[in-house]
Structures are given as structure tokens and as C-alpha cells.
Ligand binder design. Sequence first.
Ligand code: ADP
Ligand code: MG
Length: 678
Amino acid sequence: MSNNIEAFGDLVFGLPVMEARLSEPTFESLKKTIDSGTALDPSIADEVAEAMKEWAMEKGATHYTHWFQPLTGSTAEKHDSFIFPDFKGGVVTQFSGDELIQGEPDASSFPSGGLRATFEARGYTGWDPSSPAFIKYDSCGATTLTIPTVFCGYNGEALDKKTPLLRSMKVLSEQTVRLGKLFGIDCGDAMAKATLGSEQEYFLIDADLYAQRPDLIRTGRTLFGKPASKHQQLDDHYFGAIKHRVAAFMADLDKALWESGVLAKTRHNEVCPAQFEIAPVFETLNVSVDRNMITMETLKVTAEKHGFECLLHEKPFAGVNGSGKHNNWALAGPDGKNWLSPGDNPHENAKFMTIVVALLKAVDTHADLLRVSVASAGNDHRLGANEAPPAVVSVFLGDQLTDIIEQIEAGGAKESKDGGHIELGVDMLPKLPRGNTDRNRTSPFAFVGNRFEFRAVGSNQSPAGANVVLNTIVAEAFDYICTEIEAGLEKGGEFNAVLQKVLAGVIKEHKRILYNGDGYTDEWIKEATEERGLPNLVTTADALPVLQTQKAKDLFAKYNVLSNEELESRYNIYAENYDTLIEIEAATAADIAKTLLIPAAVMAINEYASVPAVAGLTDEMSSLTEKAVAGVKALEAAEGPAAQIEAMGALRETIDALEAIVPAELWPLPSYDELLEV
Ligand code: ADP
Ligand code: MG
């Protein structure tokens, strides 16, 4: 019997297909570009394009698209068919190397944040050979050859999320290779590659109920709704048996993802009823980001087929858990090994500890940038809501590793907790717990045995932004540490002694970022901000100005990840986007209250008016309705996001109280109880 796994990669123009369909020199040249990031040889483009087209047409494709990730946060595509007139009344098909390498969508409507005047509408898409092309079955069944691309302005200004991601991977590779050389690892041209596995949480609700909630349709979240009587209190959903209808959806989802080359691995029920998670096997960072975007899209399309709506918003329902996207990040060195795995010998362990210490420096120096990289109106509802890490960024290393860090700071060579001795580069580390032994879920940035897990990313966000920051700040920390070691060696120092001294210095300066306790407590927030001086940027509005600091400008410019102008344009786009989103939420809330919910309350009041037995309820509804009318007025008068958020909150409280007494059959919106039952 065949199974869905056999179809893995069927829709991907990956290395095996390339090898089978391209001439040997063309394949070798393309493979070199993919593996070591060397410039693409344009003379091979025609052959590659022709092979792609032939392959795609055999799979039923009629169109191709340059697929890119504009700053709107989702993906964008414009389809062109392969047809070309034969001038005899028929058509031939063609797809040239030029068309493969570069596209020119009319880009005037994509946000550029002032980088490009709209009259200069041009934006260019450029093929990213490091992420394989694939065929996408869209909802109408037509098939399109989808080519991952970057999206830039006329002078190469980044207008997308992928360009800085690739730039940040390059600088991280350079600094990693440099660090490797200090540890005697020289692998020629080979690049170091950051790796990513992003666990994706989502909600599924019934499509018919979704269609009755204008708030969900317009804003992705419920703006009203009294709490369900049974939600996650009993913890009976997490890892529970998966219901048939959902299991059928998941099977279909996995099938579609596998065909698209996504390494879908883990699926399970999440904490909240109607909430689920899918996690892939990790891959090279940029490919993994692309595949997370494919996953998000496939979730939506597959849900539709099964009569569900998939909600990717970070907080679709108040009062229950929201959805995140745990960002599992590690670093494969030029030797292909994971350098965040504790090694098998003292030398490897010294390298491992160097990287851990560099991470501390990076996160402490730029906690504010990590925070802003996950800032969004949706994620604001989640961070710090006792279900997700707080807005204060700290690092969890676990007791054992923290102990080792403290020993290095104190000068090395001391008793470790389990009785061993540690001298950098000389002694073995005590055996560290690997994998998922850490269950401290309250830390935003946790070491989990062979990788760091950044847990503050929102479910609806592209993982690109967080990883641009992560790559760049780690590159900067490596740069600093390498420079210091090189200087020490120059002065004739012995390697391990120099390393010990450099790391001790870094630890001293940055250990305030280490925290192994419960990140959800108020005491921690107090300690973090008052005693340790860590930033606590509670909302997106608080966080966005970080992009305008000199520190941020200098960092991104120094490593050629984003020029000052590019960074400024991002600030403009994100700030405007935030204001607009809140504006839409406010308008939607006022509209729903006025045209659906207040009228429902009035109907109920009328029905009850002649029944003395319910006079108490009638009075309560009347006074709440009056309050709701005033609440709508206040919301409509509110200006700016902060005032609008506050007014929405106040109106919601009144409306939810109304929902609790208005007869259910008069209430026009499906309730939380109904929505969360799938
Ligand atoms: P948990 O929920 O316990 O964190 P999961 O298995 O759901 O565990 O998710 C772990 C994620 O971490 C997976 O996507 C996995 O592939 C990823 N991962 C494992 N090793 C690495 C690595 N070296 N680099 C990046 N991601 C990794
Ligand atoms: Mg995890």
C-alpha cells in the first residue's frame, strides 16, 4: 500500500530533479552556488529555466511566479503563463533564463516606507537559488511554478524580508568561519549555516461559525466574546487524542506539505481547545523560513477544504492561550556540525562555551532589538500574558551550564556541581542534559541542549525578522570575541589562557541577562527592570523606536544587513502598519457593537419589557446598553492607538456582560463556547 510519505518532494525542483534534468556542468555550477553562496553564473540560466518549465508542465503547471516576502508580512506573487504566440494562430511555451533570474512586478502598491517614491514604481524580484522552486496548487486547482525570490528597489534597496535575512546569514557565516579558524577549523570555501526549526501554533474553527464573526474576518481575532464556560481549565486538550475531523485535516496537511518538500514532523493538540501545533524538522535557516511561509499558507488552504478556518493570529480569543512560533535556532559550522552541541572533547567544548558566551553578549547587548523583532499588534496580546514569555528578554541556560559560566567568570578550573574540574580547552564538561529536558517554558530565550529556542515570535509573523536580528547580533559578538582573542594571541598569549580571559570578561559584563527562574512572575519583572536594568518594552508602540536608535543603525550598517535608510523605511512601515491595524480594529469594534450587538440587546429589552418576572434582567440590560452606547461614542472619539486600545477594552467589558444576559438566540455572534468546540 502506498502512503503519503512516498510523495515527499514531488512538487519540488530540488537537487535530485536538477541532477536528473540538467547537464553535468550546469548542475555542478548551480550546486556550487547553492552550497557556498557563490554568484550565479548567468550563462546557465537558460538551461535551468527550460528544465524547470518542462518539469513543471509535466506536473500540470501553466504559470510561473516570482514568489517574494514584502514587508506586509505575508508572501506575494503575480502569475505569468508560459504561453507565447506562434504567430500562426496558436501558442508555444517558453520560459527564459532572464525571466527566471529577474522579474519586475508593478511594485507601486507594496510598502517601501519612503525608500522609493510611488511614481518610481519599479521593484525587482531576483531568483534565490538557495531555496528550491516548487509547484503550488492554489485553491482553484491551477498549478504554478513558484520561484523563491528577493525583492529590491532599483538600486538594490531591500524591500522585503528575505534580502536582509540572506545578508545576515552571510555575515554570520563570515564571523563563524573566522572563529572556527581560531579553533583550528578551516574548511576552505564552505559556509557556516544557521539552522531553524519553527514550531507553528494555530487554531481551527468551523468555517460556518467563522463566517458569522465579522471581527474574525476583518481583524483575525475576536473583539468581543464572553469566556467559554469550559475552555482550557482542565488541561484536557493538550496532547489529547486528536478528533477525527481534525485528524483528517492534519493528514491532508501533512500530505500537501510533504509534496511541497516541507519536513512536517510533529502534530498535536495544544493547550487551548481548538488549538494545535505543527513542527518541522529543522533546515538551513532561509529555506526553513520559506517553508514556514509555505506551511502557513497550506494551513489556510487545507483548512478551507475541510470546512475549517485556520486562525494564525497570536490571540484570536481573550482569556485563553494565544499562538506562538517557537524559533529553534542553531549554527552549523563550515564543517557541517552543530556548534551549539556540547562536544566530545575539551577542545570542542571550549568552542561550544565560546558560542554560548557570545550568545549572552549578543542577547544582552541587543535585548531591545530582539524584542522589537517580534513586535506586532497581535503579539502584544500574548507576550507577558502568563502563557508566553514576558516582553523582558532574558536567557535561560539551566543550572549546570550556568554553573560552568560562573566558573569561567571566576577564572576557570574549579569544582563543578557534579564534581568535575573545568579548565577551558583542557577538561571535559560534565555531561550536559541534551534535547528537551528543559521544561522551563517561561523563558523567552532558552538553551535546550543543542540549540536556542526564542519563544517570543508570534504565530502570524514571518520568522525572518527575528532571525535577521539573531544572526546579526551573534555575528557582532563573534566579531568582538575573535578580535579580542586575536589581539591576545598577537601579544604572545597561549590560546586557552587568552580564551579564558576573554570569556571571563564578557561574562562579567553580560551575566545580568541570565535568568533560570520563572519568567511569568511580577517579582522577576521588577528585578529585571529595577535591579538588572533590562529593557521592558511592553507594547509595539514602546518597542518600535528601538529601530531608530543609533545602536541599531550602527549595528545593521556595520554588517551590511540594512543601511540606515533601509532601517528607517522599516520603522516607517511597521509604525504605520501598527496604527492602521489598531484603527481597523477600533472601527470594526464600533461597527459590530452599533449594528449587531446593541440592536440585539434592544430586542431583548423589548421582549422582556412586558414580563414583570424578568424586570431585574431588563434593568440590567438597559443600563449595560446605555453604557455600551456611550462606549461606542468614546471609541469613535478616541484618537491614536493607545486611546483606541483602551476604549476597545472598556467597550468589550460592557458588551461581554451583555452577552451573558441577552438570550442566546438573539445574540448574533457565535459564542466562545461554540467557536472553541471543533
Ligand atoms: P519542543 O516542543 O519540545 O520544543 P519540538 O519537537 O516540537 O519540541 O520542536 C523542536 C524543534 O527544534 C523542531 O522543529 C526541531 O527540528 C528543531 N531543532 C532540533 N535541532 C535543531 C537545530 N540543530 N537547529 C534548529 N532547530 C532544531
Ligand atoms: Mg520547542
